[in-house]
Write a protein that binds this ligand. Structure first.
Ligand SMILES: [Zn+2]
Length: 147
């Protein structure tokens, strides 16, 4: 396991799950204290890697016993969002692209796309994803594509 300070510095002391700051000086035994979350990320059908990210102790998935859930933030205007982690694992295994959410306007789509790419770089740093904002049905589809 990596050093907590090393993981914390790399992740800028932001919890990868709830996207809020982690106090590096808080006790590692308190709920809001820092911890290293290590979990498996699918790379292909047969291969997965262990990834280590900074998380609050209370957010930590405890070595993958709890499936990580990356919540969509309330300030983004997304409709019918798909679970992020499940979609990413599916794309890592099979490739291709999937609609991950719908947005009312192109601007909302672009904002959601840049938020999503930032979160994905923390969940699955070795994977390359593209997000496209595609007009369809009077709305804009957020298409996540395995690169
Ligand atoms: Zn957290």
């Amino acid at each position: 396991m990596s050093d907590l300070n090393e993981v914390g510095e790399r992740d800028n002391w932001i919890c990868w799950l709830c996207d809020t700051p982690v106090d590096p000086d808080a006790s590692v035994n308190s709920d809001r204290g820092p911890s290293v979350d290590s979990f498996e990320v699918a790379r292909s059908k047969k291969k997965s890697d262990t990834v280590e990210r900074l998380a609050h102790r209370s957010c930590n998935t405890m070595k993958g016993k709890i499936a990580p859930v990356v919540p969509w933030p309330e300030h983004l205007l997304v409709v019918d969002p798909s679970p992020i982690v499940a979609t990413v694992d599916r794309l890592n295994k099979k490739g291709g692209r999937e609609a991950i959410a719908r947005c009312p306007s192109r601007e909302d789509g672009l904002e959601a796309a840049s938020w999503l790419l930032d979160r994905l770089s923390r969940y699955s740093p070795e994977s390359n994803f593209d997000v496209e904002v595609v007009p369809g049905g009077g709305q804009f589809l957020l298409m996540l594509k395995a690169a």
